[in-house]
Design a binder for this molecule. Structure first.
Ligand code: FES
Length: 169
């Protein structure tokens, strides 16, 4: 069920599309409903399908294609470190492993005990020459050191806004 605020956001999104093309709004609509609890369950997916007159299967197929949509509970912050080959050549794999160790989430990522951070390695996020790099939710962090990412995590744990941290780290 769309809340009043979500419905307003959806209406604003739909203004950008011709009425017979509203299925093209699947991505922004999913982004709106994912903010309910940071992942998408069957009810969220059904809400999007009904609002855009598409099948639930169509919405599932879109979700399966994009790593920014999640069907399992995650931390408030999704920390995605690129370990693809160009970044690995600049030390991203070791950077990722050390981060996982410091956050005690196991060597393949996971969610921290305080449920704030889910850590995972991903393929190219289009910052290949600035590794180690990562995105947290939709904010980019580049040319990272261990000290910088520790500071980013600390500031987010203290309640600073992600946008503020991302513009000054
Ligand atoms: S390979 Fe890592 S950002 Fe492109």
């Amino acid at each position: 069920m769309w809340s009043e605020k979500e419905q307003q956001e959806l209406d604003k999104i739909l203004e950008k599309y011709p009425p017979d093309r509203k299925m093209s709004a699947v991505l922004p609509a999913l982004y709106v409903v994912q903010q309910r609890k940071n992942y998408l369950d069957d009810d969220d997916i059904k809400d999007v399908a009904e609002a855009l007159d598409v099948t639930v299967t169509h919405v599932h197929s879109v979700i399966g294609f994009y790593t920014l949509f999640r069907k399992e509970p995650t931390g408030k912050y999704m920390v995605q470190v690129c370990t693809d080959l160009p970044c690995a050549l600049r030390g991203a794999e070791d950077f990722y492993r050390r981060l996982c160790e410091r956050l005690e989430v196991g060597s393949h990522g996971g969610t921290t005990d305080d449920d704030l951070f889910t850590i995972e390695s991903v393929v190219c996020i289009a910052a290949c020459d600035k590794a180690p790099c990562m995105q947290i939710n939709l904010e980019f962090f580049e040319n990272l050191t261990d000290d910088q990412i520790d500071e980013v995590i600390k500031r987010l744990r203290q309640g600073e806004s992600l946008t503020t941290v991302a513009t000054n780290y």
